[in-house]
Design a protein around this ligand. Structure first.
Ligand SMILES: Cc1cc2nc3c(=O)[nH]c(=O)nc-3n(C[C@H](O)[C@H](O)[C@H](O)COP(=O)(O)O)c2cc1C
Length: 199
């Protein structure tokens, strides 16, 4: 079989103009203890609410807890992998994103539901960046543990947990995390993933 070698280029520059929220968004691990204003929490979910979805099904759900709701917050925190818990425990807000797997209208499996939830989470993250809040999504958590401790019905499936808060001081992180935090952020350049011709 012929091996196709694709030249891969990465860069850490934003190479074309993008909206400020896109340029400013990043997944930091350093959180300030400053609580998030309730109105801003509502704005995050409002942004998700207005996401596009197949058949306008809106197959997303969010379960959140702030640090001043220790019982619920600890249930979410307990599901995180240790490598995430070490830094996410300083975030004042945790959000579990869930997908509703079947159409409400007829119960059929919704094949685009996860795609739609990703879009809603992207808008939530953009709104957060606009409000100068940091969102760090985490796939590293115990899904079955979340289902059990939060009584999640089997019509829903956990997707990611997001740690949300104002940016904190990177100096308070462990050396290892500080190093990751300071590392340049890289992306493939457009020539790797954008085509104006056939494959
Ligand atoms: C679905 C998903 C799961 C992720 N899971 C984790 C995780 O478990 N732990 C973590 O530290 N970061 C996690 N991340 C964050 C990514 O590592 C991060 O988005 C990526 O390195 C790009 O960095 P940036 O968001 O700062 O641009 C996850 C992101 C997404 C979208």
């Amino acid at each position: 079989m012929e091996t196709i070698v694709i030249p891969v280029h990465k860069s850490n520059e934003i190479e074309h103009v993008v909206a400020t929220a896109i340029a400013q968004r990043r997944s930091s691990r350093a959180y300030s203890s400053q609580p998030i204003e309730p109105e801003k929490i509502n704005s995050l979910f409002e942004a998700a609410r207005w996401a596009p979805s197949s058949m306008n099904e809106q197959p997303w759900a969010y379960l959140y807890a702030t640090q001043d709701q220790p019982e619920l917050w600890n249930k979410l925190m307990a599901t995180l992998n240790e490598s995430n818990r070490v830094w996410a425990k300083h975030a004042p807000l945790l959000i579990l994103s869930l997908v509703r797997k079947n159409y409400l209208r007829n119960g059929a499996i919704n094949g685009t539901a996860r795609y739609d939830v990703g879009a809603a989470n992207a808008l939530l993250s953009m709104q957060a960046a606009h409000l100068e809040l940091n969102v760090h999504q985490m796939g590293g958590f115990d899904r079955q543990g979340a289902i059990d401790s939060l009584n999640i019905p089997n019509t829903y499936e956990p997707m990611v947990i997001m740690a949300v808060g104002y940016l904190g001081d990177v100096e308070n992180l462990s050396e290892n995390l500080k190093h990751r935090e300071m590392a340049p952020r890289e992306r493939y350049t457009q020539d790797f993933f954008v085509m104006n011709k056939t494959f």
